[in-house]
Design a protein. Structure first.
Length: 293
């Protein structure tokens, strides 16, 4: 199944994308959040769709695409988890996963604009496989057990400000938690549609140029290992998100490649962030879906 949320921020409608039709899930749940996954929401959606109990959402194509998960309790990120990305940054391969946290309020829709922070000169891109937890997991006995707690997967964009991250005291959270710094989606693909999370293609395009093109097969620590590993140090709750690392091709690893720059301010009734004291925004073309290479 492919689950999503459509509408303006704060009023998104939970939906199911199936067979070219968008179905309204409000008869089952108010939102796609931790409570939905904790009560087995995906099974309820599958059952309702199977018996034709879901109504089509009218005018779905005219609505904004929101992040397909609402209010995650936490976003846990893994650094340097691809061999080629570690090589391009000149870093040694980690012996254990590098773990940091990102403000969960950074999650926005896949096609929303990214706001460039004030004074930023090194805002960078990072396409990743996002993992959404479906049931509570603590001290998983093995990776095989841990993976059973995953609800689904989504394309995630772990936007980073490299100066804030690396040159302002070495605290990664500062470079990862600026507002809008985690476009997510457009849909959440449930585990029944992903036979192998280590056989997925990742691609990111900036201004018409393909900057990243990789595969999750190149992860140093695969998804099952990451969920198991994290559960030894923290409880993972339904609705939590794990960003699993990025392949090569980020601006940090390309000589003389500048970071993302703010768009020039334009006179427009839809654009209000035009004065010199406001953050400005940049749109990047997100991957449309998870796919096998």
């Amino acid at each position: 199944m492919r689950l999503g949320r459509l509408g303006e921020r704060g009023t998104e409608i939970p939906v199911l994308h199936a067979g070219g039709t968008v179905f309204d899930l409000r008869s089952i749940t108010d939102d796609l959040d931790g409570a939905f996954f904790a009560r087995g929401g995906t099974a309820l959606v599958r059952e309702a769709h199977g018996v034709g109990a879901l109504a089509e959402l009218p005018d779905a194509m005219s609505l904004r695409v929101g992040a397909p998960i609402a209010r995650p309790g936490k976003v846990v990120c893994i650094g340097l988890n691809y061999r080629d990305h570690a090589a391009e940054t000149g870093a040694d391969l980690p012996a254990e996963p590098i773990v940091f946290l990102k403000d969960p309020m950074t999650l926005v829709g896949a096609y929303d604009e990214v706001r460039i922070p004030r004074g930023s000169t090194k805002t960078d891109w990072e396409v990743e496989l996002g993992v959404v937890i479906g049931s509570e997991v603590r001290y998983a006995a093995s990776p095989e057990e841990a993976i059973r707690h995953v609800a689904g997967y989504a394309v995630s964009h772990d936007v980073s400000e490299r100066e804030f991250q690396l040159e302002r005291g070495g605290q990664w959270g500062k470079g990862k938690s600026c507002e809008t710094f985690n476009p997510f989606g457009p849909t959440l693909v449930t585990v029944d549609e992903i036979e192998d999370p280590q056989a997925l293609a990742l691609r990111l395009v900036v201004n018409g140029v393909v900057r990243q093109e990789g595969t999750t097969a190149d992860m140093i620590f695969p998804v099952a290992h990451l969920v198991w590993y994290l559960s030894q140090f923290m409880v993972l709750y339904p609705g939590d998100v794990i960003n699993t690392g990025t392949p090569a091709g980020v601006a940090l690893g390309i000589p003389d490649t500048p970071g993302l720059a703010p768009r020039p301010a334009r006179a427009s009734p839809r654009r209000r962030l035009s004065d010199s004291h406001s953050p400005t925004r940049r749109r990047m073309n997100p991957p449309r879906s998870l796919r096998h290479p």
